[in-house]
Design a protein around this ligand. Structure first.
Ligand code: FES
Length: 124
């Protein structure tokens, strides 16, 4: 048997805007330890081997940050706190149920356009 793939990747936006910038960001003094909380919780539960947390830069949903994306599934969670992250791990990652109340509003995360369809729109 080969090396198993992770069951999940969790992409946590780790972008922080400089102070005074009008654009909100996912990391500020109040939220800077959310990635650490995510990784530690996965470790404490003994599932970090199959659930891989990944730091990313901006995913263009800053106005509802802090955000993180769960793959597979394209599930984007917004407005995160430590408590919400713990609940998402318990209910979604372990329990298999998307935590609908923390999912980004659909008008900010609508169905993807396939690359092929986008090329047609652009006339290529
Ligand atoms: S700073 Fe996190 S989505 Fe933009």
């Amino acid at each position: 048997m080969g090396v198993p793939q992770p069951a999940f990747y969790i992409f946590k936006c780790e972008q922080s805007s400089p102070p005074g910038m009008p654009k909100p960001s996912c990391v500020n003094p109040q939220t800077q330890d959310l990635f650490q909380h995510l990784a530690q919780t996965l470790m404490q539960k003994g599932i970090i081997g199959t659930v891989q947390p990944i730091r990313t830069s901006c995913m263009n949903r800053c106005n509802v940050g802090p955000i993180m994306l769960v793959e597979p599934g394209h599930v984007m969670y917004s407005g995160l706190t430590k408590e919400k992250i713990t609940e998402i791990i318990d209910r979604h990652i372990i329990g298999g149920e998307v935590v609908a109340e923390y999912v980004i509003p659909s008008e900010l995360w609508d169905t993807a356009i396939s690359p092929e369809a986008m090329m047609k729109q652009m006339g290529r």
